[in-house]
Design a binder for this molecule. Structure first.
Ligand code: UTP
Length: 228
């Protein structure tokens, strides 16, 4: 399979623990050994948020805050490249075109953000769309898509399976609720919908769940299927 794995910064490097990064790299190496083509998009997490918060107080524009966030995602991407044994392209890709070229050379593509105005959720969905991925995996810090932000709403219900249109509806309602966070943002959900991508949202704090989802084993998360 051709797989795009989106790894949140808060999942890969909340504390810059080498063992945690190695754990994710081992899973990606395992997927490559099993014959899959893998591209990985890495987020910025709490470190990006701290930089952005500090720069906002210093008066930076939203564009420049995004640029700062992108730099952090690329730092995290570089960290993952360092831990990979398989033939990852040594420099994180700075564009979708560069990531696709890596895949075509038979290398693991690793990238962070691209341009201001969106997040790595959308970058991952666009990459999956561009390379016609068989599966897009969001390794986040929550175990799937819920009816509301589980950190805000106690009885939020987790969905095991959603169509892409249902995903768009759920994310729209979560993003409308003040202070709530959706595990995947709306732009990403719309890209998944328009291209009929098969996607999975899972708790990536244990990277083995990524391998389980690829193997088709029970993986404790939400599966997103193209509209019927
Ligand atoms: P993330 O993708 O980590 O954003 O990029 P996020 O959704 O806020 O993080 P999680 O999912 O909660 O961990 C960090 C920041 O970098 C900028 C945005 O400001 C984003 O919030 N960014 C990232 C871009 O502007 N463009 C990109 O392509 C990627």
């Amino acid at each position: 399979m051709r797989i795009v794995v989106s790894i949140g910064g808060s999942v890969l490097a909340p504390d810059l623990d080498p063992e945690r990064v190695r754990g994710h790299a081992t899973v990606i190496d395992g997927l490559v050994e099993d014959g899959h083509e893998v591209a990985t998009v890495v987020g910025g997490g709490g470190v990006a948020r701290r930089y952005i918060g500090t720069a906002r107080e210093l008066g930076a524009s939203e564009y420049d805050l995004d640029a700062l966030g992108i730099d952090v995602t690329r730092l995290n991407a570089r960290l993952l490249v360092t831990a990979l044994d398989s033939s990852a392209t040594p420099e994180p890709a700075e564009s979708h075109e560069a990531a696709r070229a890596s895949l075509r050379r038979g290398e693991v593509a690793v990238m962070g953000g691209t341009v201001p105005g969106h997040t790595t959720d959308a970058v991952s969905a666009l990459l999956a769309e561009m390379v016609d991925a068989d599966l897009l995996i969001y390794a986040t810090s929550v175990p799937g898509v819920f009816s509301a932000d589980p950190k805000e709403v106690d009885d939020a219900e987790r969905y095991d399976r959603l169509t892409a249109s249902e995903l768009v509806d759920v994310i729209s309602s979560i993003e409308t609720a003040a202070g709530s966070n959706a595990p995947v943002d709306l732009l990403a959900a719309k890209i998944i919908e328009r291209s009929g991508l098969r996607a999975v949202v899972l708790d990536g704090t244990d990277p083995d769940r990524i391998a389980d989802a690829v193997a088709g084993d029970a993986f404790d998360g939400t599966e997103v299927v193209p509209n019927e």
